[in-house]
Write a protein that binds this ligand. Structure first.
Ligand code: ADP
Length: 392
């Protein structure tokens, strides 16, 4: 029998999962990845091998609950991998407030405390917690660990944590936290393979959600995301930083309420809103419509602008890292960003960039540039293993 850790990332419409074998060697071995998508419409289960081959697929005729989807995943593993024993589950949890500065073993008490944080993340946290509760009911003895998307940023500079709002609001939790922490933490663990210790590094996590993080000594000191998933860079369907006066104007003149503003900010803006074509960078890169080019320009302009800001925070820059879907797979976007960063000393090696790196800067570039694939699921599996070993 091989022990395995299951990793879950539960959202409103999908549950992504990955399984890792604890082989006894230091490395956890990926067994497979998959998801149940369309939870609210027509649900579909897929599971792929580490090489990307489709291992299984199942369709339901309508929506399914988180509980049913999780049950299906575990039953499928038990039926199809009889040598695998699931011994722990690790969850991506979007927010742990300030109380949790490390991954945490879940108990009824911890789940109840996380429940109180739902007002901070009403669109995401309830789904994370629904999956945790469902799994606890189905498998009460299975240890579960929460890995929070903000904890890696607990080292943010104190000044970076403040909004210039009345002081009492900071105490109420209205402050800058930073997100995509599991991705940045994974990159931080890989950095020693690429850059010397002590380097001042900016990591650009460019996926359907996008942000950037300044790392000093592999610790996060500043992030373009603050209180929610809405700050910083334009994203697939989110605008990034926006003058709050725009929102007041829309509320006062167009009668938009909080729900309408939420819809605008989470689903109608960003690359989709500006292009009117798609939120998927692949569609924009292959479209001749000038609106697609404008959306790409807006995206790369803001990345370059934030790069300058983060270099100022770091008091210099030694390396820039591209990661996540767009960062890992789009030479064109990397090129556009690096061209805008010439003034900082970035010199792109076009061939290396076309190949996908890992190093994509020339030997004489004073700032090195890299493509490092992120792996949030593996980071969660590592944390789950460690948390249970030390406190289990
Ligand atoms: P998520 O935030 O959903 O985990 P990913 O990090 O997987 O997202 O990134 C998804 C995005 O990556 C897609 O929306 C798409 O825009 C982009 N992407 C994927 N492949 C490519 C590619 N070959 N070229 C450009 N963009 C790509």
């Amino acid at each position: 029998m091989t022990n395995a850790i299951l990793v879950f990332n539960a959202g409103s419409s999908s549950i992504k999962f990955a399984g890792y074998a604890q082989t006894g060697s230091a490395e956890l071995e990926l067994l497979g990845k998959g998801q149940v998508e369309g939870l609210r419409t027509v649900a579909r289960f897929v599971c792929d091998s580490p090489a990307g081959e489709r291992l299984a697929e199942h369709r339901w005729s309508g929506p399914v609950s988180h509980a049913l989807a999780l049950d299906y995943v575990i039953q499928w593993i038990e039926a199809n991998a009889p040598n695998i024993k699931v011994t722990a589950a690790g969850h991506r949890v979007v927010f742990g407030g300030t109380s949790y500065t490390a991954p945490t073993r879940l108990s009824d008490q911890v789940v109840a405390e996380l429940d109180r944080l739902i007002p901070f993340f009403p669109l995401h946290l309830p789904h994370n917690l629904a999956a945790i509760r469902a799994l606890a009911e189905q498998h009460p003895t299975l240890p579960q660990v929460a890995c929070f998307d903000n904890t890696f940023h607990h080292t943010l500079l104190p000044v970076a944590q403040w909004f210039a709002l009345p002081r009492r609001m900071f105490e109420q939790g209205i402050r800058r936290y930073g997100f995509h922490g599991l991705s940045y933490e994974y990159i931080a663990t890989r950095l020693p393979e690429y850059v010397p210790a002590g380097s001042r590094v900016v990591v650009a996590h460019l996926g359907s959600g996008a942000s950037m993080c300044a790392l000093r000594d592999s610790r996060s000191i500043e992030s373009t995301l603050g209180f929610s998933g809405l700050d910083g860079l334009p994203m697939g369907t989110r605008p990034g930083a926006i003058d709050p006066g725009v929102l007041l104007y829309l509320m006062q003149t167009q009668g938009m309420d909080a729900k309408a503003i939420e819809k605008l900010l989470y689903t109608e803006s960003g690359l989709l809103g500006v292009s009117g074509i798609s939120n998927d960078m692949r569609d924009l890169l292959t479209n001749d419509d000038p609106r697609a080019r404008e959306a790409i320009e807006l995206f790369t302009y803001h990345i370059a602008k934030q790069l300058g800001a983060l270099a100022a925070v770091l008091e210099g820059l030694d390396a820039i890292v591209f990661t996540a879907g767009i960062g890992e797979k789009s030479p064109e976007i990397r090129k556009l960003v690096c061209q805008r960063a010439r003034w900082l000393g970035v010199r792109l090696d076009e061939e290396a960039n076309a190949r996908g790196g890992p190093r994509i800067s020339t030997a004489d570039s004073s700032v090195s540039a890299w493509v490092i694939p992120t792996d949030e699921e593996r980071m969660i599996a590592i944390h789950t293993q460690r948390t249970l070993a030390t406190r289990g």
